[in-house]
Design a protein around this ligand. Structure first.
Ligand code: R5P
Length: 237
């Protein structure tokens, strides 16, 4: 039976995530556990290997409550950045990946914790299916911006002044989506970004914006899966 495209995408996500776990996780490591459907395959792979007696002393730091719940359900021992402020590696998904391995993240709203965990990691491995590859960030995906609810409409105006078409993210029953920190997310469609680092600086300098989904110079490796199998790419120097 032929896979439909979503089944194919799921197969690629799984292949990339499992290959990353097999390649990068070693005994004794402290590991950032990403969020989203692709990263969940990595968490499940770690659990499977543990079930076979491997990587039993690996400790995970989850990047969201959802990942924490999944890891606990699968019996993966967890720690925190308070106990282990430096991690060996993080494996996480992405929404859009540019050729220099800069990425947009936050489709699931976990961008802030994901960035904190990634920046605490010596190595950051992005796992993705080929559909996530893009010539320029912003081509296919908006930049999620996490804002405090206090003054959020002022942030919306500010983001529009930077050229974005802004959509406040909705959660269940059309209620505002809230992050694990209780903040709002404004999805900002800028179109293809010629200078993502300039945008990141502007977002970073604005009070009330607590995080954004531009991960620039953070990913060290990419495991990307498609019809030809899984390919490992390293961030160009
Ligand atoms: O907030 C969510 C994360 O950044 C995800 O890693 C990202 O949205 C990719 O998710 P998925 O693997 O489900 O496509």
């Amino acid at each position: 039976m032929e896979f439909d495209s979503s089944a194919r995408t799921g197969r690629y996500k799984r292949a990339a995530a499992e290959a990353a776990v097999d390649r990068f996780l070693l005994p004794g490591m402290r590991v950032g556990l990403g969020t989203g459907s692709t990263a969940a395959f990595a968490v499940r792979r770690l659990a499977t290997l543990r079930g076979q007696g491997h990587l039993l002393d690996v400790l995970g730091v989850p990047t969201s409550r959802a990942t924490q719940a999944l890891a606990l359900e699968l019996g993966i021992p967890l720690t925190t950045l308070e106990e282990h402020p430096e991690l060996d590696v993080t494996i996480d998904g992405a929404d859009e990946v540019a050729p220099d391995l800069s990425v947009i993240k936050g489709g699931g709203g976990a961008l802030l914790r994901e960035k904190i965990v990634a920046q605490a990691s010596r190595r950051v491995v992005i796992v993705a299916d080929v559909a996530k590859l893009s010539p320029k960030l912003g081509t296919h995906w908006p930049v999620p911006v996490e804002v405090l609810s206090f003054g959020w409409r002022s942030q919306l105006r500010f983001l529009e002044s930077l050229g974005a078409r802004v959509t406040p993210r909705k959660g269940a029953n059309d209620a505002p989506f809230l992050t694990d920190q209780g903040n709002l997310v404004l999805d900002c469609a800028f179109g293809p970004l010629d200078a993502p680092s300039t945008l990141a600086e502007r977002l970073g300098a604005r009070a009330g914006i607590v995080g954004h989904g531009l991960f620039l110079g953070i990913a060290t490796d990419l495991m990307v899966a498609g019809p030809g199998g899984v390919e490992h790419r390293v961030r160009p120097t």
